[in-house]
Each structure stands twice: as structure tokens, then as C-alpha cells.
Design a binder for this molecule. Structure first.
Ligand code: MRU
Length: 351
């Protein structure tokens, strides 16, 4: 395993600031966007230039550094106030992924701890953002090891949903990190990936990551998942998460809940790989998780092409909640929580 996995990266901090790989354009084009203000970073998160819970948190952290650069010419106290306003702005970009709020809390604490140290403010914030980025990458390696160890050596095929890969994280991936590791250990022969309407993260991003690394990947419409499981070759569903509540309920890309029900019906195991920064012990259960509702045009259209008849209505929740009782294992960088419940989650977070 390469400890400096960098073959696919979504977020770059360079000498002149923050660059994001524009995930809306993949796989056809590999274009980077240079972001020079916190409001541009908030827009990039909202508009899905960058997406995936850990990647959203890392980007927002660099967004705070961008704010410190943007307001460099202000008197120190106004500059700090402006950064706090930008933290609020960034926190309003997307509501479900708790990694966003987790990372911004860390950046705010760093800002507050800087006191009157105006000369070092920028480097303190940059070091904190880089630490968040680096820790996420390291956490993915640990999850990969714990998650892959759960698979039998004959776990021929797995199914994943959305994109919980290098593009959605600091690198390597959560669910896709587990799959990468299990594939290199010879435990997986085949990966199935849901295309994931309406943003097609599976077709555009997950399949691209695997093709780039020559891992065999087969796409399916999510409506085909039941038939796939009925054939008997899939042994695990492996997904990421945007927020895990204190009782082990899991919010993830819309369609994940349906997969969990199908998995239980067909005797397929269901694994959620997510760092502890995705676990929200302040949220008691899944029903308290805010679910983002996105523009209806995403349902009416395929890409930019309208396919729905005029006059129809639409419903477009970006995420759903899988109840803890349908989850066989939550894998974090600290280890494995089998059949999660409140007591096991509490004990795990105290490790
Ligand atoms: O709307 P998105 O693309 O941000 O949704 C992403 C997901 O649902 C991922 O599965 C989740 O954030 C985990 S990413 C490691």
C-alpha cells in the first residue's frame, strides 16, 4: 500500500491557494478551478464542484484559509470578524454532511486560539486545514484495513453506491478505500456500482476511479440492484456516509436505504465505511438528520437535457437514512462497530 496515495485527488492547496478538480465535468474533462474567496468556495460546495462528506469538510477548512488571505489588508480585529462571517457562510453551503460543521468548528477553534498573534494567523489556519486533510487520508487507510478484513477471501463481488472514493475524501476513499484494499488483497473479483441518479456519481466518478486503476467495474441502474442480489454473487454492499447519528442510523446518498433493505432480504451484508468525523453524537437518531432537498431540475433533466413532461412535479431529497438495524458493520479509523446501537457508538467514540 502506498502511504502517499495521490493518483486521484480532488483538492489541492498550492502556493497561490486552493484548487478543486471540477467533478461536474468528469470523466469527460479534467479541469481545475482556482478559488480566491470564501464565497467562491461556498458556491463550489453548493454547486457540486466538490462533493462527498470528507471532501466538503476539507474544502471548507481551506475556504477559511482563503478568507484569511482575502481579508489580509483589514485591521486585525475586523479581519478576524470577517473570517467568522465567512465560516458562517461556508456552513450554509450544504446541510447534511456533518464533516462540514466538524471541520469548520476546528477552524474556528484555531482562529480563537490564535489570540492576538496577527503575524502567524495565516500559517496557523493553513496548518490546521492541512492537518484535517492529512488526517482524513490516514483515516481512509486504517478503514481500508479494518473493512477489508471483514470480507471473506471468497467475497467475489461487492456493490457500492454514489462515490465514496478518492474524489469524495482527502484521497483513497472510505467505501472505495475498503474496496481498493480488498481487491489488492485478492478478496474481490468484481465491483458493481450503481449509476446513482440524478448526479450520476457512480457512473461518472466511481467507475472512472476504478477504470483509472484497472479494477474491474460494472455499472447498473439502481433499479437493477434487486435482480443483481437475487443472482447471488454479491456478498457485501459497501457505502460511505454523510452523517451517522448516535444510535447508528446512517444518512447517505438517496437510494442507500433501498439497498440496505434489499441486502437484508437477500442475505447480503451491509457495511458503512466512514471516519469518526462523520459520526454526530449530538444527533440522537436518523430522524433528526437534516436532509438536503435539491433543485427539481435535477430530476426533470438528464444532464442539461429535459426529459420529464412539462406539468409533472418532482421530489428530490439528496440523502436518505438507513436505520441502524439494517447495518451489519460501521467501519471507522478506530475499528469496527458490528450491529451498531447507541451503547456501541458511545463506547467506540470514547476509544
Ligand atoms: O451529494 P454528494 O455527492 O455529496 O453525496 C455523497 C455521498 O452520499 C457519499 O456517499 C458520502 O458523502 C460519503 S463520501 C466518502
Amino acid at each position: 500500500m502506498n502511504p502517499l496515495y495521490d493518483s486521484i485527488r480532488a483538492i489541492f492547496w498550492r502556493e497561490d491557494g486552493l484548487y478543486l478538480l471540477d467533478q461536474r465535468k468528469l470523466p469527460q474533462q479534467k479541469i481545475e478551478i482556482h478559488l480566491l474567496s470564501a464565497s467562491a468556495v461556498a458556491d463550489a460546495i453548493r454547486d457540486m464542484v466538490v462533493r462527498g462528506a470528507p471532501a466538503i469538510g476539507i474544502t471548507a477548512a481551506y475556504g477559511v484559509v482563503t478568507s484569511a488571505i482575502e481579508h489580509q489588508s483589514l485591521p486585525f480585529s475586523s479581519r478576524k470578524q470577517q473570517i467568522i462571517q465567512d465560516i458562517l457562510l461556508l456552513s450554509e453551503s450544504r446541510p447534511t454532511a456533518v464533516n462540514l460543521f466538524w471541520a469548520l468548528d476546528k477552524m474556528k477553534a484555531c482562529l480563537e486560539s490564535s489570540g492576538a498573534d496577527q503575524h502567524n494567523l495565516l500559517s496557523l489556519l493553513l496548518n490546521q486545514a492541512r492537518q484535517i486533510h492529512e488526517d482524513d487520508l490516514k483515516a481512509n487507510y486504517r478503514m481500508a484495513e479494518y473493512g477489508a478484513a471483514l470480507l471473506q477471501s471468497d467475497a467475489a463481488a461487492v456493490l457500492t453506491h454514489c462515490n465514496a472514493g478518492a474524489l469524495a475524501t482527502g484521497g483513497y476513499g472510505t467505501a472505495l478505500g475498503v474496496i481498493r484494499r480488498a481487491y489488492s488483497d485478492g478478496k474481490i473479483q468484481q465491483v458493481f456500482a450503481d449509476e446513482t441518479r440524478p448526479w450520476m456519481q457512480g457512473a461518472r466518478l466511481t467507475a472512472w476511479e476504478f477504470v483509472e486503476e484497472q479494477i474491474p467495474v460494472t455499472l447498473l441502474c439502481e433499479g437493477a440492484a434487486a435482480s443483481l442480489m437475487a443472482q447471488g454473487s454479491v456478498s457485501w454492499v459497501i457505502v460511505g456516509s454523510d452523517r451517522i447519528a448516535a444510535n447508528g442510523d446512517v444518512a447517505n446518498k438517496i437510494g442507500t436505504y433501498a439497498l440496505a433493505i434489499l441486502a437484508r432480504h437477500h442475505g447480503v451484508k451491509f457495511m458503512v465505511a466512514a471516519p469518526t468525523s462523520t459520526i454526530d453524537m449530538q444527533t440522537a437518531s436518523g430522524k433528526d438528520i437534516p436532509i438536503e432537498q435539491r433543485e427539481l431540475a435535477e430530476v426533470f433533466n438528464c444532464g442539461h437535457q429535459r426529459v420529464a413532461t412539462e406539468g409533472a412535479m418532482a421530489w428530490n431529497p439528496a440523502f436518505d437514512v438507513t436505520p441502524a438495524e439494517l447495518v451489519d458493520a460501521i467501519v471507522t479509523e478506530k475499528g469496527v462497530i458490528e450491529k451498531p446501537d447507541f451503547d456501541k457508538m458511545t463506547a467506540h467514540m470514547a476509544l
